[in-house]
Design a protein around this ligand. Structure first.
Ligand code: PGA
Ligand code: ZN
Length: 424
């Protein structure tokens, strides 16, 4: 049973405060969980509670969220059986009482929810992936090494991702990614394209057009000795809401102002020029009919992923399934706020032939739970940033450990992660 629960304010990878929750069980087991934070947050995400007191951390303090954990949440959870995750999460949801988790804060609630899963796994003597996923959890995800625009001066599109789907194992996929990442640094240096590094560890070069970024990535893949499309494919997260003005898509780097049909044609053109396997938020998150049109048109050729569109919310995903929007979903624990709701959304996706891509946030911590979550779901895909920077690499290193632990039973998802695309 849960003996005590306690929250502290720690820093995330951007140097902003976030919530860390520690739980102690009656048997002495102790676990901690830390909560990540997004920058380009979807409009309908669960709401993280920030103090707004500009005298502390520019208003970003989380002391209010801490007192919600240390007060009402602790009061509700102490004494409960820690392995009853569904009941714990239901208790948290009811205690908050809002649809958006804005009263107690999604950061307070997720911290409490996740730490219970971690403590329960520990007390059962199981690794988290096995506790959450059961005895059949054995698929190592294809890593999507993303970098992009979470820094100034880069392309219009938020993220470009290296997707080493042709590697034989996760360990090799990590090597493909790291080698190509370093090759990309060389390619950019040769082009005298000074590159900033973004929040997720990726390069943010100043280039004349968006296509120039794709060309640099293609060259880097080849320079590292890999075949574009065969060994390493490319994923994109343009986060199109960020350049949509309510009517048009404004691609500043290309000097283009596009309607929804023009934007779809733009992506279709890119699909014919580059080995793009995954396209996340290619349209604005208000453009449901555009998503349906794009999925009809391109959904057999490319993974169309809803991130800002679905915000890991089962009701939004249901609407997407009904209206034919996307064929995949991004899964972020803190978009919805509890472990149970995250698992429910992922299961609905997988049972509806949508792929799931477990994801970090741009503000991260050293917490590696998403690595375990990806294996628990056997979903075959994870996005955790560039193969550089401690908080990103911590997840990849955890996956190395899981692969080692599983030994012969480990399967690298590889190309099969994209089996939902019936490619001609
Ligand atoms: P965020 O961005 O974590 O800042 O929301 C990541 C994404 O859009 O996938
Ligand atoms: Zn996204």
């Amino acid at each position: 049973a849960i003996d005590s629960i306690f929250a502290d304010e720690i820093l995330d990878s951007r140097g902003n405060p976030t919530v860390e929750v520690t739980v102690t069980l009656a048997d002495g087991t102790c676990a901690s969980a830390a909560v990540p934070s997004g920058a380009s947050t979807g409009e309908f995400e669960a709401v993280e509670l920030r103090d707004g007191d500009v005298a502390r951390y520019g208003g970003k303090g989380v002391l209010g969220a801490l007192s919600n954990v240390n007060g009402p949440i602790a009061e509700a959870l102490v004494g409960l059986s820690v392995d009853d995750q569904r009941y714990i999460d239901r208790t948290l949801i009811n205690l908050d009482g809002t649809g958006s988790k804005s009263r107690l804060g999604a950061n307070a609630i997720l911290g409490a929810s996740l730490v219970c899963a971690k403590a329960a796994a520990l007390t059962c003597g199981l690794p988290l992936f096995r506790y959450l996923g059961g005895t059949n959890a054995h698929v190592l995800p294809v890593p999507m090494f993303n970098g992009g625009k979470h820094a100034h001066g880069g392309p219009d599109m938020q993220e470009f991702k290296l997707v080493p789907l042709g590697a034989p194992t996760f360990r090799e996929a990590l090597r493909y990614g790291s080698e190509t990442y370093h090759a990309l640094a060389t390619v950019l240096a040769e082009q005298a394209a000074p590159a900033n590094v973004g929040d997720e560890g990726g390069f943010v070069p100043k280039l004349p057009s968006n296509a120039a970024a794709m060309d640099a990535i293609m060259r880097a893949i080849e320079r590292a000795g890999y075949r574009p499309g065969e060994d390493i494919a490319i994923g994109l997260d343009p986060a199109a809401s960020s350049f949509y003005d309510g009517e048009h898509y404004r691609l500043e780097r290309d000097g283009k102002v596009l309607s929804t049909p023009d934007m779809i044609a733009y992506w279709e053109d890119w699909l014919s020029r580059y080995p793009i396997i995954s396209l996340e938020d290619p349209l604005a998150d208000s453009d449901w009919s555009g998503f349906a049109a794009l999925t009809t048109r391109l959904g057999k050729r490319v993974q169309v992923v809803g991130d800002d569109l679905f915000v890991t919310n089962r009701e939004f995903l249901r609407r997407g399934i009904r209206e034919g929007c996307c064929n995949s979903i991004l899964i972020k624990l803190n978009q919805i706020g509890t472990v149970t709701e995250t698992l429910d959304t992922a299961r609905l996706a997988l049972s509806s032939a949508y792929a799931c891509l477990v994801s970090h946030r741009s503000g991260e911590t050293e917490d590696t739970s998403i690595a375990d979550l990806a294996v628990a779901l056997n979903c075959g895909q994870i996005k955790s940033g560039a193969p550089a920077r401690g908080e990103r690499v911590a997840k990849y290193n955890r996956l190395l450990a899981i692969e080692r632990m599983l030994g012969d039973q480990a399967i690298y998802a590889g190309r099969e992660a994209f089996g939902h695309l019936r490619q001609e």
